[in-house]
Design a protein around this ligand. Structure first.
Ligand SMILES: [Zn+2]
Length: 1053
């Protein structure tokens, strides 16, 4: 018996012995399956809908053939398969083999039993492990085949838009005898071959593995199974050579990352969950050691609703500790864009679901695949009962590698910790672990030269890591992902059907806008005389944007909760709409999934998401109306001799004085300046007179100036700000006399189209300079001054902007409409300001953080495009300029230029992304002092949470009532949320946070009848046993920087 003389020939010899391509007539692989037998009959029925089993099986089935193809994309075929196992196969293991490029589910006796996905290496369903004579030899299976692959149906490449005409082929459907002894030997040889190849020539074990494999081929006669045990003994001998004590331990857990929507719609995900999880449950029945970590409460809820039988089996394995719910959130949300309150609700909805269904909350936050991680996450996790966090996406960083990553091969904590996680199973599109993965791991559990592998749970892994945690490094601040920075902007989104004329896209390509000729709006079905921006357009547009939909629906749910809570506090008869709100929150949270809100999904998903936003707007508007009617019923009922007046409601926690628009005597909108108390309302009869009106002046050469006593602005014919001054100090804010400059960039990433904007796009900047309509005055001053202009952007897009200055308002507002028809372009607006600072400040969830304005190091320049919420600010000592927005998230500040990212036009995976009409508003606010002292945070809230205006009536003699439910003594503290406590109708939860980055004590005052106040965590569980003293000034609350505090207020009956 020879030693190996030539490494390569020995390696290839073993390779060929187990190859599924070469020499299958005489090698071991060719013996995996024995006799075959076609189904006794095969028939099918096709439907465009995803229907339940019961509905499917009563349909009429027509004949089907192996080799036939089915489709098109997104259709479903139900196959009826009648099988008859030959009696001669007694004692043999029999599989039903099904191969197709669609995703399949096997149903038996009306229950789902096995997912079949070729890309997930699952093509067979085990009918029996050893056929007994007493077993039924004839049976009927149904196979539900989705006409899409594991990764959807991208045309040409995975992330390309789906090919609507793709068909899937049924390439195999048969009964086979499965030779398990061949399979076991194959697994042995595969591992030995891997060891030989992957451990490398400098490793002794590599040669030992190869030597053993070569010997096994010598010993093994593929035609004589009696030779197999000797070969297997050789393998067992090398696998059982143990490691020393120092060896690294890998904690293996089954997992299956299922995107809640991505290259397929939400509806398909429900089936992906069932296909993946039924397979896991089946594996668990035969492998009691298997664990499976499973995240996203929404997916559990889907399976509970659509597959109750499967869900019951899952619950059993949860109880056994094998099926392990993880993550604690409703979905694996985007880690950047959801608001602070939305993030809290992700956990609140998720953890409550897990508690209700499985009797425990999750102890780890699970976010493997999101595009960044807010600096606020650690505090929010902890407030929701979670200390532990798992992710992997940071390994995608393009420029800098994070120093605290752990991967099996490239563990950054070598020497510090000796344990790491290994999640096994096909993922993204579902799939999950396979039997072979388990069989491989069993062999490698403790083999010299390989890390120890133990099947583990997240809890076991984190428990051992926590013992060594003093050795680990700490990262302070956000975990910024240096990739996918386009997702802050993609799918600002408009796509509207044109009545009877196909999609809006075709209509935009028409040489003449058809709207005028047809006499109705091109964006909706209302008739309209005006083009391109009919007057009702804002309301139409608002229904059709993902990023804007998110911001707007966060606002709607906030306002509904505030107003409904106040209505209950005033009148216990009023029913707080808790179940409707839960439903609406869940829709919003679902849309925050990490491929939906970021805009990296296909068009079908966008349409679903927009529908959910529409539902939130519709139901939200109704709930809000009901709350206001109850809260202010005395004021809204027309009174004998009462006069027309206006009820104005404020859902923010500070008093506001603003210009509102209200219906006037002849039905025309009129402006009024009003003051409304914090979280309350005022009935306005006589509007206020501003200390100084807005003055608008035409100056020379088309320049126009506006001023309101707070700021003064001068604009050129293109709408550039040539000057913006604080009137008190005369301080000029604008550098180089050219702010509000639009710029267009080429935006061609390397691969991930909707996801990435690359640094080199900055080298392609082209300022927008073509005027369509020069600046002209629209409103001449008084309570409001405004001017308007239009520009041509790129080849065929147009931008119209109204620049608005209100009396007493510290900011200048830019109400913008863009008709966007570009491809691979990026539109930004730039404000070069007369401020010098090495850091700019950006709002994040419940706070803000600073990022550099320079590109000194790779860590600095890799953040050339970052995200922010409602505002960003560049300040030096005593002065600064803030840029506010109502629905944008992409931003950057380089040197002294603040840029807001407005629109992108990627083509994959949605070729229609963002094409259409957009409306958004941003505002510029120069200020003295710091942004905290100047109230930038409050002004950004006000821009996002407009006052509610309701026509009312009041007795002419009575003093007009004003009422405030809550106020906070410190401007550093924001009262963000007011809601009814979960499951406690008599209690209210208020959530406040410190927004300045300071340590401060604040008084929370309320006019609600509070009986008891208790601090609680974000899951609304009381913290500590003592209630807070109710003092004359209210509740005394102490904050450290960015601290989020929740208080449970029990109301007296
Ligand atoms: Zn994902």
């Amino acid at each position: 018996m020879a030693a190996i003389k030539h490494r390569r020939t020995a390696l290839e010899r073993v390779e060929k012995f187990i190859s599924d391509t070469y020499f299958t007539d005489c090698n071991l692989r060719g013996r995996l399956f024995g006799d075959r037998c076609p189904p006794a009959s095969l028939s099918y029925f096709q439907t465009p809908r995803r229907i339940p089993y019961g509905e499917a099986v009563v349909q009429e089935f027509g004949p089907a053939q192996v080799g036939e193809s089915f489709g098109p994309t997104w259709e479903t075929c139900w196959f009826k398969v009648e099988l008859s196992i030959p009696p001669a196969w007694a004692g043999r293991e029999v599989h039903f083999v099904w191969e197709s490029d669609g995703e399949g589910m096997v149903w038996r006796d009306a229950q789902p039993v096995q997912g079949l996905t070729k890309e997930g290496e699952k093509t067979s369903y085990i009918l029996t492990r050893s056929l007994k004579e007493s077993e039924p030899h004839s049976l009927t299976l149904y196979v539900e085949l989705a006409c899409n692959g594991l990764f959807g149906a991208g045309k040409g490449s995975m992330i390309a838009p789906p090919d609507p005409d793709r068909r899937v082929t049924l390439s195999k459907a048969e009964l086979v005898v499965f030779n398990r002894d061949v399979y076991e030997l194959l697994v042995d040889l595969e591992i030995l071959l891997d060891m030989a190849q992957l451990l490398g020539e400098e490793n002794q074990r590599s040669f030992q593995a190869l030597y053993t494999a070569n010997q096994m081929v010598n010993v093994c006669d593929v035609t004589d199974p009696s030779t197999f045990p000797a070969a297997r003994d050789l393998a067992a001998a090398i696998f059982s050579q143990r490691n020393g004590e120092s060896q690294h331990t890998i904690h293996a857990m089954g997992h299956c990352h299922i995107d809640s929507a991505w290259l397929w719609p939400y509806e398909e995900t429900i089936r992906k969950c069932a296909r993946s999880w039924v397979t896991v449950v089946h594996l668990m029945e035969h492998n009691p050691e298997l664990t499976f970590a499973c995240s996203q409460a929404q997916q559990f809820e889907w399976v509970q609703r659509s597959y109750p039988g499967l869900y019951a089996r899952i619950r059993d394995f949860v109880a056994k500790g094998q099926f392990v719910p993880v993550g604690g959130t409703w979905v694996e949300m985007d880690g950047n864009l959801p608001s602070g309150e939305s993030m809290v609700r992700q956990f609140l909805q998720g953890q409550r679901f897990f508690q209700q269904q499985f009797g425990r909350i999750c102890s780890e936050f699970w976010l493997p695949d999101t595009f960044g991680y807010s600096a606020q996450l650690p505090q929010l996790m902890r407030g929701c009962g979670i200390q532990r966090f798992l992710t992997q996406k940071l390994s995608w960083n393009l420029v800098n590698s994070f120093p605290i990553l752990k991967t099996v091969k490239n563990n950054k904590d070598k020497g510090r910790v000796n344990h790491s996680a290994f999640l096994f199973g096909f993922g993204d599109g579902g799939g999950g672990p396979t039997q072979k993965m388990l069989d491989r791991m069993k062999r490698m559990s403790d083999t010299d030269g390989l890390p120890r592998v133990q099947i583990s749970t997240p809890d076991q892994l984190f428990s051992v890591l926590e013992k060594e945690s003093s050795q680990l490094c700490t990262w302070v601040g956000e975990l910024f992902l240096e990739l996918h920075n386009g997702t802050y902007t993609t799918q600002a989104q408009v796509r509207l059907p044109f009545p009877g004329k196909g999609t809006m896209q075709t209509q935009l390509q028409a040489p003449n806008p058809p709207a005028l000729g047809l006499g109705f709006c091109c964006w909706c079905e209302r008739s309209t005389p005006s083009y391109p921006f009919p007057e009702h357009l804002p309301s139409v547009l608002n229904r059709h944007q993902i990023k804007k939909g998110n911001r707007e629906c966060e606002r709607i749910l906030h306002d509904v909760e505030v107003l409904s809570t106040l209505a209950v506090a005033q009148d216990r008869e009023f029913q707080y709409p808790s179940s409707q709100l839960q439903q609406l929150w869940r829709l919003l949270l679902l849309n925050q999934f990490h491929d939906v809100l970021p805009g990296s999904c296909i068009q079908l998903v966008v349409e679903d998401a927009l529908q959910y936003y529409t539902e939130i707007r519709r139901a939200g508007a109704q709930l809000q109306e009901e709350a206001v009617e109850s809260l202010c019923k005395d004021l809204l009922q027309p009174e004998e001799g009462g006069t027309q007046s206006t009820l104005v409601l404020n859902t923010l926690s500070w008093e506001r004085t603003e210009v509102i628009s209200r219906p006037g005597p002849n039905g025309k909108e009129t402006l009024a300046l009003v003051t409304v108390p914090s979280m309350g309302y005022a009935l306005v009869q006589e509007p206020l007179v501003p200390p100084q009106p807005v003055v608008v002046c035409d100056a020379e050469e088309g320049f126009i100036t506006m001023e309101n006593g707070v700021i003064s602005v001068c604009m050129d014919t293109m709408g550039h700000l040539v000057s913006l001054r604080l009137m008190d100090s005369k301080r000029e804010s604008i550098a180089d006399g050219c702010a509000n400059q639009f710029a267009l960039f080429d935006d061609v990433p390397l691969y991930w189209d909707a996801w990435d904007v690359m640094d080199y796009h900055l080298e392609t900047r082209k300022p927008v300079t073509t005027v369509l309509e020069p600046l002209k005055v629209i409103l001449g001053g008084g309570l409001r001054g405004s001017v308007r202009f239009s520009l041509k952007v790129g080849k065929s897009s147009t931008l119209t902007q109204e620049i608005i200055l209100d009396a007493m308002c510290p900011y200048l507002r830019f109400q913008t409409q863009v008709e966007w028809k570009e491809a691979h372009k990026f539109l930004k607006v730039e404000f070069p300001v007369a401020v010098r600072s090495t850091n700019a400040t950006y709002e994040i969830q419940f706070g803000h953080l600073q990022r550099p304005t320079h590109w000194n190091t790779s860590w600095d320049w890799a953040r050339f495009e970052v995200w922010a919420h409602k505002w960003m600010d560049l300040s030096e000592h005593g002065f600064g300029v803030a840029l506010l927005n109502d629905c944008k998230y992409g931003a950057s500040v380089h040197r002294n230029i603040l840029s807001l990212s407005l629109l992108r036009a990627p083509k994959s995976p949605d070729s229609t992304a963002d094409i259409g009409l957009h409306q958004f508003t941003y505002a510029v606010m120069p200020h003295q002092g710091s942004f905290q002292e100047a109230g930038v945070i409050q002004q950004a809230y006000s821009l996002n949470f407009p006052l509610h205006v309701v026509p009312a009536s009041c007795a002419s003699c009575a003093p007009c009532p004003a009422w405030s439910a809550f106020s906070v003594s410190s401007p550093a503290v924001v009262l963000e949320t007011v809601k009814q406590a979960e499951d406690r109708a008599e209690a209210v939860v208020v959530r406040l946070y410190e927004a300045h980055g300071s340590t401060v004590t604040a008084w929370l005052q309320t006019s609600l009848p509070v009986q008891e106040a208790v601090l609680c965590d974000l899951l609304e569980r009381p913290v500590g046993w003592r209630s807070l003293p109710l003092e004359k000034q209210g509740l005394r609350l102490s904050f450290t920087p960015f601290r989020v505090l929740s208080v449970l207020l029990v109301l007296s009956c």
